[in-house]
Design a protein around this ligand. Structure first.
Ligand code: GLN
Length: 201
């Protein structure tokens, strides 16, 4: 098959959390999406999504299953990666508000995240985000015990923010990160953006 026409194959890390919803959204777009649980499965991918869930648990399971180093290699070699919520925490170079001992971060995204910026479970909320690069720019944002980016490093482009310099969607080259859960809304544009970022050739 002509390489340029080959569809991007997107893997969703399926250790814990909202992976099924990401797969369902990708399938709705007609994208090729698979669950990923082993380093070997990562070899056939063009892009990888780290879903929301609980970053401490996800990090511990990833460690137990020997995935932390392969994930670091994946991200640090510049392969397309999208972290939503807990996945965004794992991608951050620095996290504050971590549990005692913290969790192993994969890193690579030059930001500092605050793990539970918006408070606890009861502080989950839904809002309408302004995403200037989308047309039309309004997009729903579902925040569940959500983190936020509180410090931006080099080469990090802000795609959406809330008042008071609270950054909730950013891109740094092949890395996309969202503090909220696009896979729980009917707006498929974040997934479409990521599929495009992962397009081979
Ligand atoms: N704040 C949670 C954590 O630390 C993330 C919540 C989520 O992914 N919905 O893992």
């Amino acid at each position: 098959m002509n390489d340029r026409l080959r569809q991007a194959r997107i893997g969703v890390l399926a250790l814990q959390g909202a992976f099924a919803e990401h797969i369902a959204t990708l399938h709705r777009l007609g994208a090729d999406a698979v669950e990923v649980r082993t380093p070997a499965q990562m070899e056939e991918l063009d892009g990888l999504i780290l879903p929301g869930g609980e970053s401490t648990t996800m990090g511990l399971v990833a460690e137990r299953w020997g995935l932390v180093e392969p994930l670091r290699t994946w991200v640090h070699s510049g392969k397309p990666t999208w972290g939503t919520c807990a996945g965004m925490i794992l991608l951050a170079d620095r996290a504050t508000g971590q549990k005692q001992g913290g969790q192993p971060l994969i890193g690579g995204l030059h930001v500092t995240v605050n793990r539970n910026y918006f408070g606890r479970q009861v502080n989950s909320f839904e809002t309408t985000l302004n995403v200037p690069s989308f047309d039309p720019p309004l997009s729903p944002g579902i925040f569940i015990r959500a983190p936020a980016i509180v410090e931006l490093g080099e080469d990090v482009e802000v795609l959406a923010e809330l008042p008071d310099a609270v950054y909730v969607a950013v891109r740094q080259g092949p890395i996309l990160a969202t503090a909220f859960h696009p896979e729980l809304t009917p707006d498929t544009r974040w997934h479409a953006l990521f599929v495009e970022m992962a397009q081979p050739g």
